[in-house]
Design a protein around this ligand. Structure first.
Ligand SMILES: NC(=O)c1ccc[n+]([C@@H]2O[C@H](COP(=O)([O-])OP(=O)(O)OC[C@H]3O[C@@H](n4cnc5c(N)ncnc54)[C@H](OP(=O)(O)O)[C@@H]3O)[C@@H](O)[C@H]2O)c1
Length: 287
């Protein structure tokens, strides 16, 4: 239990991470105000905003202790480009903190982001990180691997493929990732708000288990007999580029990127116990 009685605002509050983090922090004594484009039935109040630039927002969250910025997207389109959603709205989040007198910002970037990246999605995340690093605010930036929990997008995709009785594995399936439980992500975000050792740091947010996609799928199936189709990467890209299939162009690039971070480093900073992905699976909360 954290229980610090602080006021915290969350952008992207209706998203998968936002609603879980918000509910967890609200349960643990934080006063949470979500910021979103639509009012939904969350476990905390939501104020509406299209782009975080509305003048009234600053008054509502005046002098809050922290802002958790979770607006983001991993598939761009002509209207909502990475530059617009990931970079400009981060700039607006920083400006909102300054207007409202909020000194601490927490941002969710992606594992694999760094200044030498050539992937459009990662470039936008890197530029968003830079908006925050250069802002003068106290920041904690997390570079997350796949965050898993009830209704996470990857588990949803797999459940849908199971329903249609065809699991698709793009490429070899040997690329790895480090799933991290959304409950642990919520806990660590709570710590990052209150504990000084998280100040002005960029941290890989990776779970205790490195797992390749083949094994991930096998375990997810729990012995269920669902045909697996191995899809050549070229075909997977073809489908993605034509708006078909379960994976977007950048999802495939990230899979092929085989990005791995140091869980040991995270664990020694966070000083908490993380749940392993197969324990989450066993609890039945994903599949
Ligand atoms: N989930 C993961 O495994 C993972 C891994 C690495 C990094 N991240 C990052 O963590 C953050 C949260 O991820 P998530 O899984 O919660 O994503 P999500 O479920 O897609 O939620 C993203 C949120 O961003 C908001 N948003 C998107 N475009 C917007 C726009 N043009 N204007 C205003 N709001 C907009 C959405 O609002 P609406 O609800 O109104 O659509 C939604 O609430 C994102 O920045 C993501 O890149 C996530």
């Amino acid at each position: 239990m954290l229980d610090f009685g602080m006021n915290v605002a969350i952008t992207g509050a209706n998203g998968f991470v936002g609603r879980n983090v918000g509910a967890h922090l609200a349960k643990n004594g934080f006063t949470i105000t979500g910021i979103a484009r639509k009012a939904k039935d969350e476990k905390f109040p939501i104020i509406l905003s299209e782009d975080l630039a509305e003048a009234r927002l600053g008054n509502v969250i005046q002098n809050y202790d922290a802002l958790i910025h979770l607006i983001g997207q991993g598939r761009q389109n002509v209207r909502d480009t990475y530059e617009k959603v990931n970079v400009s709205l981060t700039r607006n989040a920083v400006a909102l903190c300054k207007r409202a007198g909020i000194k601490k910002i927490i941002y969710m970037s992606g594992l694999g982001v760094d200044k030498s990246t050539t992937l459009g999605y990662f470039i936008s995340k890197y530029n968003a990180e830079q908006e925050i690093v250069k802002s003068g605010l106290d920041y904690t930036i997390f570079r997350a691997s796949y965050i898993v929990g009830k209704d996470d997008p990857l588990s949803k995709t797999l459940r849908e493929q199971i329903r249609k009785r065809k699991i698709i594995i793009p490429g070899s399936g040997n690329y790895r990732f480090q799933p991290i439980f959304v409950g642990d992500v919520s806990e660590i975000i709570g710590k990052a708000i209150v504990e000084k050792r998280f100040s002005n740091k960029i941290i890989d947010l990776v779970g205790p288990q490195i797992i390749n996609y083949n094994l991930f799928v096998k375990k997810f199936l729990h012995g269920r007999n669902v045909p697996i189709q191995r899809l050549d990467f070229e075909d997977a890209y073809h489908d993605a580029l034509h708006g078909k299939g379960s994976f977007g162009v950048d999802d495939l690039a990230i899979m092929a990127g085989d990005y791995i971070g140091s869980h040991k480093k995270l664990a020694s900073l966070a000083k908490m116990k993380f749940i392993r992905w197969d324990e989450i699976l066993k609890s039945g909360s994903l599949s």
